[in-house]
Design a binder for this molecule. Structure first.
Ligand code: NAD
Ligand code: ISE
Length: 337
């Protein structure tokens, strides 16, 4: 069985996902693409794929069995709701949506449909190192987790992004999700501290130090840097009652020369998480082929969006900003079909 997929948004990650769906993974074919920039969609379309005029036309097409959304965050809600209305499994890049109200509309639509259809692109949950870290914490040999340090450093962002919005809506959401998942906990409040501005970014508001307060009382300390210049550097360390569990450094050749002993650093997320994205889609293809979704859910997308909203409020208020979640619908509870 080959799952016939349509891709909405053929920018950076859309092209990377089309490459993995056509050249790396099996049991899947990209039969349609669309982008508001038609020329970009045409350039990215694999041989034989149809270039649709609009996301709505792609979602409605009988040729398309499941959808991959790689458009900009603010466009996701309308596209997700159309997929749910059509009963089609959908993989949606993070952030699932960019407001609490939009997240609740997606949850409401999926709950009314009665079966999970949405998987959100929190690829770290599929990374082998993060999975090993979670297995150690869940194993319990180190006792309860007390603190988690999450370092999220990007080399650069496009010019013109100066406020806290992009670092918190687009980048922090990964740390929020991985913290909830690793610690099996919920975020109940957020604080943000703004250190002195890095001079490398001009007017860019960078970096951010974010504290996530968890329901258990554990605290997560997140560094969000989006203009660190030297590469893409992701680290994590969980401090537990009886020991520490940390992500290993990525294996890379060790170079020794007159400048010293060093290892290469990934350029960006495509390189660092290449295997994680592959695995994320492997698991999505299996679930979508059965007409459903597993992995990070609309509930997880909602939690991450609430966290980003609270962090943005905390930048202005300089105070602890609480999060209030609705009661978790049965569809998203452990063991739900
Ligand atoms: P991009 O700007 O390179 O590409 C986005 C594409 O979507 C553009 O080609 C744009 O024309 C198209 N688009 C925007 N709105 C549209 C609409 N309404 N209908 C059709 N096409 C539309 O951005 P990107 O870096 O590829 O990011 C896309 C999404 O993927 C974002 O939500 C981003 O946060 C997410 N992303 C996730 C990861 C990850 O690690 N999981 C990494 C990068 C980006
Ligand atoms: C980007 O959109 C991603 O999702 C990357 O994983 C993240 O590290 C980066 O900060 C975001 O801009």
């Amino acid at each position: 069985m080959t799952l016939k997929v349509g891709v909405i948004g053929t920018g950076m990650i859309g092209q990377d996902h089309i490459r993995r769906l056509t050249q790396v993974l099996s049991g899947v074919a990209v039969v349609g693409v669309t982008d508001i920039d038609r020329a970009r969609a045409e350039a990215a379309a694999p041989k034989g794929a149809e270039v649709f005029e609009t996301p709505q036309a792609l979602i409605a097409s009988d040729k398309v069995e499941a959808v991959v959304i790689c458009s900009w965050g603010p466009a996701h809600e309308e596209q997700l709701l159309a997929c749910i209305a059509a009963g089609k499994p959908v993989f949606c890049e993070k952030p699932m949506v960019t407001s609490e109200a939009a997240a609740l509309r997606v949850i409401e639509a999926e709950v009314a449909f009665g079966r999970r259809l949405v998987q959100v692109g929190f690829m770290r949950r599929f990374d082998a190192d993060y999975r090993r870290l979670k297995a150690v914490i869940d194993g319990g040999s180190l006792g309860a987790p007390l603190m988690y340090y999450s370092k999220h450093r990007n080399a650069a962002v496009p010019e013109g992004l100066y406020t806290s919005e992009m670092p918190l809506n687009d980048t922090l959401v990964h740390d929020a999700d991985i913290a909830r998942w690793l610690l099996s906990d919920e975020i109940v409040g957020v604080e943000v501290r703004l250190p002195r501005r890095s001079r490398q970014g001009g007017e860019l508001r960078d970096p951010h130090l974010v504290l996530l307060h968890m329901e258990s009382g554990a605290i997560v300390d997140v560094e969000i840097s989006v203009n660190i210049a030297y590469g893409y550097d992701i680290r994590g360390e969980v401090s537990c009652e009886q020991g520490i569990a940390a992500l290993p450094n990525r294996p890379a050749a060790v170079v020794t020369d007159k400048n010293g002993i060093r290892q290469a650093i990934p350029e960006d997320w495509r390189e660092r998480f290449i295997e994680a994205y592959d695995q994320e889609f492997r698991e999505w293809i299996v679930a979508a082929g059965q007409g459903t979704a597993t992995g990070p859910s609309a509930w997880d997308g909602y939690a991450a969006t609430l966290t980003a909203d609270a962090a943005l409020r905390a930048v202005d208020s300089k105070a602890y900003e609480p999060l209030t979640m609705i009661a978790k619908p049965a569809l998203y509870r452990a063991g739900a079909a």
